[in-house]
Design a protein around this ligand. Structure first.
Ligand SMILES: Nc1nc2c(ncn2[C@@H]2O[C@H](COP(=O)(O)OP(=O)(O)OP(=O)(O)O)[C@@H](O)[C@H]2O)c(=O)[nH]1
Ligand SMILES: [Mg+2]
Length: 328
């Protein structure tokens, strides 16, 4: 199960309290209590070492260390920071402050729980102007926040289309991924990723159906995982009875979901061509040409076609054409 949404609480460490003591030298009565340390901060940071948010499924509260209390003639140490590692592509919604931060590159980080400021010890209050030998401060409390973390996988290419058109099979054939394949609708329940030669990342997402944006089938929530891709590959089975209609149903869902997705460059892919007769294929290709000139025909059993498709796709990504809206 891909854990891609979690709510957690964080809290910066409290500041350490100042100390009250007297005497610097053996016979001195001067106030000498040191300051406490500042509380540690909590950060959320993008990392290449984690791939989902499962670490936050059961553990929900994360605190940074409290600043240490001041001591006689010595300051307390600052509290240690807590750094929460998340995958690239995580969006940190701070529900307490309303801030929203996208962590895209490895090392991007956001401060979510500032540590409390340290309290001063009595040595600080014994100045020439004021002299209050017993005075000291408690450390301030660390800041608390509730965070909603959501993950948008970072992929270069997104495969989408009706259920059962062969999206997962294609991902597996192209990348050696092991996305589940089955001869029924909605085999894929969550997005899967694979890498083409050269490190181009492809995402295979669950099938869409008409009305998905209103929650039919598996809905469209997972579409956010292809919102960052450079291009979309729209898969249509050569077995389709009506290519144009299948195409428009899916476009409707994509465009209804978000403007960003609707405006992405799209490449058409006719799949499973080994499953139809040459005559049927001719008709299908004719229909596809009316929609776009950027298309390929593939079968997962034909290595040459797969290779041609990959080559064309890599070129397409390098110079994706501007998208013209689909005529309704
Ligand atoms: N003959 C043939 N069958 C294929 C080809 N590609 C996929 N299939 C079969 O089509 C069925 C569906 O394949 P999947 O890869 O699970 O399809 P999907 O689009 O990921 O399906 P969902 O995840 O349900 O949306 C499986 O039985 C595959 O074996 C192909 O090129 N030729
Ligand atoms: Mg699938």
């Amino acid at each position: 199960m891909l854990v891609d949404e979690v709510t957690i609480r964080v809290r910066g460490g409290d500041g350490g309290k100042g100390y009250v003591s007297f005497g610097e030298g053996k016979f001195s009565k001067r106030p000498s209590g040191g300051d406490g340390g500042n509380g540690g901060n909590v950060y959320v940071e993008a990392s290449n070492e984690v791939f989902d948010l499962s670490r936050f499924r059961f553990e929900k509260v994360f605190n940074a260390e409290k600043g240490h209390d001041g001591m006689r003639r010595a300051e307390g140490a600052d509290g240690i920071d807590t750094v929460l590692k998340v995958p690239r592509g995580t969006i940190v919604n701070n529900k307490t402050t309303g801030e929203r931060t996208e962590l895209i590159e490895v090392g991007d980080r956001v401060l979510v729980g500032k540590g409390g400021v340290r309290g001063r010890g009595n040595a600080q209050f014994a100045t020439a102007r004021s002299y209050d030998p017993m005075k000291y401060e408690e450390g301030r409390n660390g800041y608390e926040a509730e965070l909603f973390l959501e993950l948008q996988l970072i992929a270069d290419i997104g495969l989408f289309g009706l259920p059962n058109v062969g999206k997962s099979s294609l991902l597996n054939a192209l990348t050696g991924a092991r996305s589940k394949v089955g001869n029924y609708n909605f085999t894929t329940l969550e997005p899967n990723l694979g890498a083409l030669v050269g490190g181009v990342i492809i995402a295979d997402i669950p099938g869409l159906i008409e009305g998905a944006s209103e929650g039919k089938g598996l809905g469209t929530k997972f579409l956010r995982h292809i919102e960052r891709t450079k291009v979309l590959v729209h898969c249509i089975s050569a077995e389709s009875v009506n290519v144009d209609e299948d195409y428009r149903i899916i476009r409707g869902e994509i465009e209804g979901y978000s403007k960003t997705l609707g405006e992405k460059s799209e490449y058409l892919l006719i799949t499973k061509i080994d499953n139809v007769t040459p005559d049927v294929l001719k008709k299908v290709e004719k229909d596809v040409k009316k929609i776009s000139k950027n298309y390929s025909l593939v079968s997962i059993f034909d290595d040459k076609l797969l290779k041609d498709f990959q080559d064309k796709l890599v070129k397409f990504i390098a110079t994706p054409p501007k998208v013209s809206k689909v005529k309704k």
